[in-house]
Design a protein around this ligand. Structure first.
Ligand SMILES: [Zn+2]
Length: 412
C-alpha cells in the first residue's frame, strides 16, 4: 500500500508536468471579453491603372500603391481619391501613387479621403529611396482632404503617406540581413490569402539547446511604416557581431517575422489583409492564413527543441510613441521586464518621451497571445507617425542594447 501511494504520487507529478508542457506546446484557442469577428470579409480591390487627365498622369501600377481615382476638379487642381479596402476600418488612410506631366507645370493636388480624416503628412521622392515630407498643405473644412502645390514634369515623382516599403523591398532588406553571420536560418513559414510568402529568419547560434526565445514581428498593419523602420534598426543592431551579442546569443535566440500582412502591404491597404480582416485581432481563433501560419509555426518550432518563448515584441505605428504593456495582474515568466526595460530606454533617449500604457488583456492581439499561450511577456512597440527617422533608429538601437543587458542578468 505504501509503495502504491508513492507510485501514484510520482505518476501524478509526472502527469502534471507532462500536461503542463503539452498545453504550452499545443496551440490553444482563447476567448476574450471583447471578441472580434475575424471571418473573411469582402474587400474592394482598387483598379490598377494609368490615369491621364489634361496632360497630367497618375499611376498606381506598383506594389504598395493606393489611388482609387484621378480627376480634374478645377482649372488648376487635380483630385486623387483614396478609399479603404472595406469598412468599418481604422482611420489610417494610406495613399501612394506616381505623378508626372507631359509638359512642365505647377499644379494643385488634392488628396480626398473616403470615410476618413487626413492623417499622414504626404512625402515625396524622386527615386523611391530618399523621401522628403511635403510641409506646406491646407485642409478642407472637415479635414477629409488636403491640397498642396506640386511642380510636375516628365520625370515621375512618388507621393505617399509614408516611405513606400513593399514586400519586394522587404525581401531585399532580408537578403542583406541574412548575409550576416548571426542569422542562422531563413525560410518561408506560410502563405498569405493571395499566396504571397510570409518570411521568417532566426538570429542566434546553430544549436538551439537551452536557449530561450524572443519573437519580433511587424507589418500586421500596412501603413505603419515608422514601426517597421524601428523594427529594421532593432534587427540590424541585433545582428552586429560584438561582445554583447556574442554573450546574448549563448543564452537566447530571436525569431523574426518582418511582414505578417504581405497582401495588405502590396495592395496599399489601410489596415486589413486580403481577407478584409484586422490581423491583430485574430490571435485567438486563427481564422486568417497569415495568423494561422505564424502561430502554428511558433508553437511547433518551440516544441521541437523544448524551447521557452519568453518575450514577444510587435512593432506598430500610431500618433505618438507608446509602449503597450501588460497591466499589473499579468505575471509573465519575466515579470517586471517591461517597466525596467522601457525606463532604461527612456533615460537614454531623454528628452524624447514615450508613453507607457498598461492594458488589460481584453482583445485577441499578439501581445496577449504571447501571455496566454506561453506565459511570455508581450509588448506592442508603437512608433509615432511623425517621429523623425533619426530618433526611431537611435531609440531602437538603445532598446536592443538595454534589452540584451537586462536579459543577460535575468534570474529565471
Ligand atoms: Zn498597428
Amino acid at each position: 500500500m505504501k509503495i502504491d501511494s508513492r507510485l501514484l504520487l510520482i505518476l501524478l507529478i509526472v502527469f502534471s508536468f507532462y500536461s503542463c508542457g503539452s498545453k504550452y506546446y499545443v496551440r490553444q484557442n482563447f476567448t476574450y471579453k471583447k471578441p472580434v469577428d475575424t471571418q473573411t470579409k469582402k474587400i474592394d480591390f482598387q483598379e490598377k491603372k494609368l490615369c491621364q487627365v489634361k496632360g497630367i498622369y497618375a499611376d498606381n501600377r506598383f506594389d504598395g500603391a493606393r489611388l482609387n481615382d484621378f480627376t480634374q476638379i478645377n482649372d488648376t487642381t487635380w483630385q486623387v481619391l483614396i478609399k479603404p479596402e472595406n469598412s468599418p476600418i481604422n482611420p489610417s488612410p494610406w495613399f501612394a501613387f506616381k505623378l508626372w506631366s507631359a509638359k512642365p507645370d505647377s499644379i494643385y493636388v488634392q488628396i480626398k479621403y473616403v470615410n476618413a480624416k487626413h492623417r499622414y503628412r504626404p512625402k515625396i521622392s524622386h527615386d523611391r529611396n530618399y523621401w522628403k515630407a511635403i510641409d506646406t498643405f491646407t485642409y478642407n473644412a472637415d479635414s477629409t482632404a488636403i491640397v498642396f502645390k506640386q511642380f510636375v514634369n516628365k520625370n515621375p515623382v512618388w507621393i505617399a503617406a509614408q516611405k513606400i516599403i513593399n514586400l519586394s523591398d522587404t525581401q531585399k532588406w532580408i537578403d542583406s540581413i541574412t548575409r550576416k553571420s548571426l542569422v542562422v536560418e531563413r525560410k518561408v513559414i506560410g502563405k498569405s490569402v493571395l499566396n504571397k510568402d510570409i518570411p521568417y529568419f532566426k538570429i542566434g547560434t546553430d544549436t538551439a539547446s537551452n536557449t530561450s526565445v524572443i519573437i519580433l514581428m511587424s507589418r500586421q498593419h500596412p501603413p505603419e511604416v515608422t514601426g517597421f523602420m524601428a523594427f529594421q534598426s532593432f534587427v540590424e543592431e541585433l545582428t552586429e557581431n560584438n561582445a554583447l551579442t556574442g554573450a546574448f546569443f549563448q543564452k537566447y535566440e530571436i525569431w523574426v517575422f518582418p511582414i505578417l500582412n504581405p497582401d495588405g502591404v502590396d495592395l496599399g491597404h489601410w489596415r486589413h489583409n486580403a481577407g478584409g480582416v484586422d490581423l491583430n485581432r485574430d490571435w485567438a481563433e486563427y481564422r486568417q492564413p497569415e495568423i494561422e501560419a505564424v502561430t502554428d509555426f511558433i508553437v511547433k518550432e518551440a516544441k521541437k527543441h523544448r524551447q521557452k518563448i519568453i518575450l514577444g515584441i510587435d512593432f506598430h505605428s500610431t500618433f505618438k510613441d507608446i509602449y503597450y504593456v501588460f497591466d499589473e495582474d499579468m505575471k509573465s515568466v519575466i515579470n517586471g521586464f517591461s517597466p525596467l526595460w522601457t525606463t532604461s530606454i527612456d533615460r537614454l533617449i531623454y528628452p524624447f518621451e514615450t508613453k507607457y500604457s498598461p492594458f488589460a488583456p481584453t482583445q485577441p492581439v499578439s501581445k496577449n497571445w504571447f501571455y496566454n499561450q506561453f506565459n511570455a511577456e508581450g509588448i506592442t512597440y508603437e512608433v509615432g507617425d511623425n517621429t523623425p527617422a533619426k530618433i526611431i533608429d537611435k531609440k531602437a538601437r538603445i532598446a536592443v542594447v538595454t534589452m540584451m543587458d537586462l536579459l543577460l542578468q535575468w534570474k529565471f
